[in-house]
Write a protein that binds this ligand. Structure first.
Ligand SMILES: *Cc1c(COP(=O)(O)O)cnc(C)c1O
Length: 474
């Protein structure tokens, strides 16, 4: 083995080869960078030889040089490849947290791109040339849409909850029903956030039942807040009761120092129930019922960028805006641009332009029409898969509306040489990746979450994949 290692040419010799020159020219690398990568390549091969894992040509053969530069090219590709990849979500789950929740619409992307590529009036008042506040940008629209007096935007809803508790209830007591002490996917736990904020959690009621009296009993001088948390991602069924917003608002109004705050989680601005989808409370209603403060996510049912929106009474929101944490949790101009355009779509009643809303509200027939079209195109290109249309369900996702199943049309895809699990994996590894689902051993595509443009890409991927399969088998 030592003898083998000794046969590896030293770096300065490698630098003098024609292969090295070709390598740095074709890879567009400087002499220094090229040398650095070749060193890494040699080190890696050396390590493999030592561990007896090297299955390439032996160092005493002519092909060894080629192996070094092939390995170097792989190292370069790996080093400079971007980590975030486009994925085609054919799972039908609209707000898939692992796939980035809501995607942005065309006009939103254009607005973001404009604001990002140029300077903007982010904190500058164009009328008088004075310093402005970034809080003003989405605030007008949020107030218009929710009926709130004031609003602000932070990094996400977890940050919103943390800011509210820290700024308004530190070292004081916050009353929460035991049935609402939720944990949301991605490690958001109401009790933990409460602890971090320095507010003291006062749990009342039981897991399944909490009555107005349970809250009433625990209000005392140390009480800063009654907090209601929406059970976004689960439902308690059967013998249950909780106290409605109006009753809690009335109770709080009897105690001047107590604030009534709802963490809405999703925070719907669009009335999904009028389309027969779920019973998510509208932010506007919760504000109208007299809540002092609400917070909700920007990228759940709202369909905008990751953000946490706080809305409510002006005197309270002003305290939050002035708090040091608001600076820590502040959002970037691109987020504000995306949020502002998404909100404008609501104001102009063009919710169809918000991809998440569009996807959630599509009917089964629309999805079926698109599926039929896709199958026709695939057949036209002689793609050797078998396709079958099926009825099925899509999910809203993102820990929202857990009980809602959206009727949809599915394409069941099969290939006589591949199992559904193999296809599921192969599709995931393509560029772009296709995320499908497997149900009862069937590979299913749900086009609810696939746009027209993506449909063409999907067809291309399936076409190329079937060619690869053919090649492998010939
Ligand atoms: C999702 C959710 C959060 C966290 O919101 P993020 O925007 O993901 O930070 C907080 N509270 C509730 C009730 C939620 O549903």
């Amino acid at each position: 083995m030592k003898a083998l290692l000794r046969q590896i040419p030293p770096i300065h010799e490698l630098q003098n080869t024609a292969e090295f020159v070709r390598f740095i020219t074709t890879q567009d690398l400087s002499l220094e960078k090229g040398t650095e990568i070749v060193k890494e390549s040699v080190a890696l091969i050396r390590k493999r030889i030592l561990e007896d894992l090297w299955d390439g040509p032996s160092p005493d053969t002519g092909r060894f040089l080629h192996a070094i530069f092939t390995q170097a090219a792989l190292i370069k590709k790996e080093k400079l490849s971007l980590s975030l990849h486009k994925v085609i979500n054919a799972s039908g789950t609209v707000l898939h947290t692992n796939l980035g929740r809501a995607r942005m619409g065309q006009e939103t992307i254009e607005h973001m791109s404009k604001v990002a590529s140029s300077y903007s009036n982010l904190e500058y008042q164009l009328e008088n040339g004075k310093r402005g506040s970034r809080h003003t940008h989405a605030e007008k629209f949020i107030c218009e849409l929710t009926g709130a007096e004031a609003a602000m935007v932070v990094n996400n809803n977890a940050a919103a909850v943390f800011l509210v508790l820290t700024a308004l209830a530190k070292n004081k007591e916050v009353i929460v029903s035991r049935g609402e002490l939720v944990e949301i996917g991605g490690s958001f736990r109401v009790s933990s956030i409460m602890e971090e904020s320095g507010a003291k959690l006062v749990e009342v009621g039981t897991t399944n039942k909490t009555h107005l009296g349970d809250y009433q009993e625990h209000i005392r001088e140390e009480t800063a807040m009654i907090m209601k948390v929406h059970q976004s991602n689960f439902v308690i069924k059967g013998f249950t009761s909780s106290v409605v917003t109006e009753d809690l608002v009335n109770l709080t109004s009897e105690h001047e120092q107590v604030i009534y705050y709802e963490d809405l989680g999703s925070g719907a601005l669009y009335d999904f129930s009028k389309r027969g989808i779920g019973q998510e409370p509208l932010v506007r209603e919760v504000i109208q019922q007299g809540s002092d403060l609400v917070s909700f996510s920007g990228d759940k049912l709202l369909g905008g960028p990751q953000a946490g929106i706080i809305a409510g009474k002006k005197n309270i929101v002003d305290i939050l805006k002035k708090h040091q944490l608001a600076r820590v949790l502040r959002v970037d101009k691109m987020t504000l641009a995306a949020l502002e355009m998404t909100l404008l779509h609501y104001l102009q009643e063009e919710e169809d332009k918000i991809p998440a809303i569009y996807a959630i509200t599509r009917s089964k027939d629309e999805v079926m029409q698109q599926s039929i079209e896709m199958i026709a195109q695939l057949k036209q290109r002689n793609v050797p898969f078998t396709f079958e249309l099926m009825e099925g369900k899509s999910q809203v996702g993102g820990g929202t509306m857990p009980e809602v199943d959206l009727d949809t049309c599915l394409i069941s895809l099969s290939h006589d040489r591949y199992s559904s699990h193999e296809l599921h994996k192969e599709l995931r590894l393509q560029e772009p990746s296709i995320i499908t689902r497997i149900q009862q051993d069937r590979l299913l595509l749900d086009l609810r979450t696939v746009s027209r443009d993506e449909m063409d890409e999907l067809i291309e991927v399936l076409y190329n994949l079937s060619n690869d399969i053919d090649r492998e088998n010939n």
